[in-house]
Design a protein around this ligand. Structure first.
Ligand code: NAP
Ligand code: GFB
Length: 325
């Protein structure tokens, strides 16, 4: 990146990934990192402007005049929230994404990095999944609304590049977890859901703990602080319009059962884990390759999964009263 002063606007800055980026940027500032000296970072949540509304989006961009944007803002949720609200996931995210990219173009933003997800890939596919496969078939039915809206970010990026030469690109994370996650019972992803519900079980003195589904599905999980470091690296070093997967290795894929046992160990829950197989499993697997990332950022080290789980459980127990529950 050139030496001129950069103003980086982070939409969705109050969420799981946004807060992780804030933590890493603060860490870089405390270490007097050279890159961050040239950058002003602005973290926005919905209180700063409802990005479903075009006028509020344009007002936010006119207020901050960003040169770069990390676009995280979205309606986000776990399997069960998606299954119950596919239409809302599609419409809200379509509106947010079109408004943010249109305002970025109108304000001559130098670069936008948006966020897709490994859950948007075709349900019927070969493995491992890679970046070329985004549009090769319908996504899993459980989250078709979110998936198609996210795929349209890639379509918009290509359109703005072809018509206006914009450097609008995207990253494709696997499942993310960490501090400042959404621990709400209705809308949360599996890891924050299990952490919160097991904390409740500990307080209630429950003898058993119920995991939804069979526990057999496979997932790759990235710690939010690791994803944040990779996001910042993409902003500063990756200039292709083609998406790039940001995921742990295929070998780090784990079953939901393994995750539940790790969270049980981190909590010190004494009871037994039982499975409610009347509840959906969702996608069985969505194994993604991080070969492109590894070829460009060779020495990146991911936080060991068990350490990240332990630290997230500790964060939740210390911050429960302020967390999104
Ligand atoms: P999150 O914790 O739910 O945060 C969502 C963020 O978007 C919040 O800052 C929220 O602001 C903002 N937002 C939502 N609706 C908005 C609106 N109408 N106007 C303005 N801001 C709005 O989500 P996350 O997990 O950090 O996800 C960040 C990005 O990563 C998303 O694009 C998501 O699709 C992607 N992603 C997440 C995962 C995962 O497992 N979590 C996996 C792959 C990709 P308020 O809180 O102030 O309302
Ligand atoms: O993170 P999650 O909700 O979404 O994980 P996906 C769902 C898996 O965890 C299923 C099991 O196999 C569930 O049966 N599970 C067990 C639970 N207990 C629970 C629980 O208490 N809560 C939840 N939520 N799951 C999402 C997509 O898929 O991945 C989203 O639907 C998004 O669009 C996200 O992209 C990253 O990993 O299945």
């Amino acid at each position: 990146m050139s030496d001129e002063r950069r103003v980086v606007l982070v939409t969705g800055g109050s969420g799981l990934v946004g807060q992780a980026i804030r933590i890493i940027i603060e860490e870089e500032k405390s270490l007097n990192n050279d890159s961050v000296k040239n950058e002003s970072w602005i973290f926005c949540g919905s209180k700063d402007g409802d990005l479903r509304d075009k006028a509020q989006t344009e007002a936010l961009f006119e207020r901050h005049r960003p040169t770069h944007v990390i676009h995280l803002a979205a309606m986000v949720g776990g399997l069960f929230h998606n299954m119950a609200h596919n239409l809302d996931f599609f419409r809200e995210n379509m509106a947010i994404n079109d408004n943010v990219l249109s305002a970025s173009h109108k304000n001559k933003v130098t670069k936008v990095v948006s966020c897709l997800s490994t859950c948007i890939f075709p349900d019927k596919t070969t493995y491992p999944i890679d970046e070329t496969m985004v549009h090769n078939g319908p996504p899993h039915t459980s989250n078709f609304g979110y998936s198609y809206a996210k795929r349209m970010i890639d379509v918009l990026n290509r359109g703005y590049h072809e018509s206006h030469g914009c450097t609008f690109t995207s990253v494709i994370p696997c499942n993310v977890f960490g501090p400042h996650d959404n621990f709400d019972l209705q809308s949360s992803h599996v890891i924050p859901a299990l952490i919160r519900r097991m904390d409740d079980a500990m307080h209630n003195g429950d003898k058993t703990f119920t995991v939804m589904g069979s526990g057999k599905p496979l997932r790759q999980f990235i710690y939010s602080l690791d994803l944040a470091r990779l996001f910042i690296w993409v902003l500063r070093n990756y200039d292709s319009v083609e998406p790039i997967i940001l995921s742990v290795d295929e070998a780090d894929e784990v079953t939901i059962s393994t995750v539940a046992e790790m969270i049980k160990k981190a909590h010190g829950f004494p009871g037994d884990i039982v499975y409610d197989t009347t509840k959906a499993d969702g996608q069985y697997k969505k194994t993604a390759s991080n070969a492109k990332l590894r070829s460009l950022y060779k020495d990146f080290k991911f936080t060991p999964f068990e350490t990240a789980i332990h630290d997230t459980v500790a964060w939740f127990k210390q911050n429960r009263e302020h967390a999104r529950t």
